[in-house]
Design a protein around this ligand. Structure first.
Ligand code: CO
Length: 394
């Protein structure tokens, strides 16, 4: 299947996505093979409130990319559907616009009820699409819930679609969506009030702190006619180039191997009880997930460039369960991010460091990790975290 997938066979792509979504062992194996190709496509997240015309805009972006000769994948997260199967009809209707064109592959998924969370499920589908050689992936979601904000985290560039006359609805957007937008779109801009929305966006930007020198531009579109789609795609690419350049710059001497503090892991008896303090401090839980093979429930609270990770045992007989019995609640591990985690694993092994993991594994949020034993680090359990990125290139 991997061979057919790599050859761009669209039936193999559809089959592979189903196999991975099933979550069976064979799917996990296939997914691991696909993950090697993560990072090969440009992922564009498109979000905004219901009725902003996101689907139409995504279709126009796909059409524009097709005209350029690119192969496109679309992941549409549909919050109205309680399960993936319910989204199939939508697929069929939308696919008609690209009937007979294998260059656009659309997959819809429900935003509720996916095992391991919808952002995980969407990440898996993106990985399969990238393995299948899709050059651009459009991730469409409604920016109203935490699940959707997490999905947007998968994108390289995030487009927030707003429309004239939605003043109050902007307020209903999940806090955080405004902050992650790289490009603002005022869609249906042929209607009155486009100017006003644009002013509101600019006013909000004035309050926000500039992120690494990128000031999100505002682009006007009319998705039904395709007006402004070129300008939008140009803005997206400028942003991608800017971010890519930044990633290269971060890889300099100040951060060998891209090293930075990723998170601090705190073992707690109950996340529900412990999060109160951190929330009183002003932090917000951005992501909760149960990692079955570690028998642990995790909650992530972003803190500057890094995060606090609360860890609760789902079973007493587990790493965290035993830690709590022996040491009580407290700092459990420090996690350091690295570019090229496989190389780092090999490097530390070669240098005779004592590792507490026998291999690089996949944990919360699809991130790959391994642990270094306290015997080698001066008494601290150290987690090394990598991206789900290809090792040694594609
Ligand atoms: Co951790």
């Amino acid at each position: 299947m991997m061979e057919r997938l790599r050859a761009g066979d669209v039936r193999a792509l559809a089959r592979a996505v189903s196999v991975v979504e099933d979550g069976a062992a064979i799917g996990a194996e296939l997914l691991a093979a696909c993950r090697k190709f993560v990072g090969s496509a440009l992922r564009i997240g498109v979000t905004g409130p219901p009725g902003a015309g996101k689907s139409t805009l995504v279709d126009q972006m796909a059409r524009w990319l097709r005209a350029e000769g690119q192969s496109v994948g679309v992941v549409a997260v549909d919050p109205s559907s309680p399960y993936t199967g319910g989204a199939l009809l939508g697929d069929r209707i939308r696919m008609q616009g690209f009937a007979g064109d294998d260059g656009v592959y659309i997959r819809s998924m429900a935003s509720r009820g996916a095992t391991g969370g919808v952002s995980r499920a969407a990440a898996d589908v993106c990985a399969v699409m990238e393995a299948a050689g899709r050059q651009t992936i459009l991730i469409e979601t409604v920016g109203v819930g935490q699940d959707e904000v997490d999905v947007i985290g998968l994108a390289d560039v995030t487009v927030l679609v707003l429309v004239p006359g939605m003043g109050d609805e902007i307020q209903s957007l999940k806090a955080g969506v405004m902050e992650v937008a790289d490009v603002f779109v005022v869609n249906k801009s042929d209607r009155g009030g486009a100017e006003l929305v644009e002013q509101e966006i600019v006013a909000m930007q004035g309050l926000a702190t500039e992120r690494d020198g990128w000031v999100p531009p505002v682009v006007r579109t009319v998705a039904t006619t395709g007006d402004g789609v070129r300008e939008l795609m140009e803005a997206v690419r400028r942003c991608a180039a800017e971010k890519g350049g930044r990633r290269v710059r971060l890889g300099d001497a100040a951060r060998p191997h891209g090293l930075r503090l990723d998170h601090l892991g705190v073992a707690v008896k109950s996340i529900a009880a412990a999060r109160g303090f951190y929330e009183a401090l002003g932090l917000t839980v951005s992501h909760e997930e149960t990692v079955e093979h570690e028998k642990v429930k995790t909650a992530m609270l972003p803190l500057g460039e890094s995060r606090i990770e609360l860890l609760e045992a789902t079973e007493e007989d587990s790493t965290i369960g035993r830690f709590l019995v022996k040491r009580g609640e407290g700092l459990h591990h420090i996690a350091v991010h690295v570019d090229g985690i496989d190389a780092m694993f090999a490097r530390l092994t070669a240098k005779g460091m004592r590792l507490a993991s026998d291999a690089v594994r996949v944990g919360a949020g699809g991130h790959r990790y391994f642990f270094v034993h306290p015997a080698s680090t001066g008494g601290v359990l150290l987690e090394i975290v990598g991206d789900a990125e290809p090792e040694g290139g594609v």
